[in-house]
Design a protein. Sequence first.
Length: 206
Amino acid sequence: MGDAREDKAMQGGKYPRNLQQEKRGIRPLEVVLLILILFVCAAILFPAFATGGHDFRRSNAISNLKQLALANVMYAGDFDERLPLANTWMDATFPYNKHEEILVDPYLKEPKPGEHGFAFFRPLAGIETTIVVEPESVPMLFQSTLLGRNATSDLSTLPRPPRIKSGNVIGYLDTHVRIEPLGPLRARFRLRLDESLRDKLNNEAQ
């Protein structure tokens, strides 16, 4: 008799509602809604991840040049206030930073061994820092199309287009670092020198 009641309840739909719901499964509409939610989340999160990666590389590039600028100034402090000679600056200042990874521009895509992407401003090579009147306006290190170790050049090797959308990273003689927008960049070279040598350095800086 109990079995008959149970069968009747099942036929009337009163008793096994949970069982019916378990057998029903997920409807196609629910699947579509779930996919839409996932797409919306992806659209929101992926740009954020991309921006985060860009900000990380930019911060690293600024930090690397800051450390390298400090290493060059420390080197000068130990060598009668003279900066390293041309094409030697990475090796000469390495004892002051001791981290090979900061010699590489993080914006280089899969750099090969020996590729760095930073250059030293040629007019400063071997110069005495105390004769520079406005060190905050004189570039010392910068992102460069020259990839070799100890690259030394004028500002003509700044990447065009720049490696960063807003410009190229440049470290100045007073060790501050900033991103300079692409365009004519002149080093305001004021030195305590005779006029002939000052003109020569100014011409090289342009």
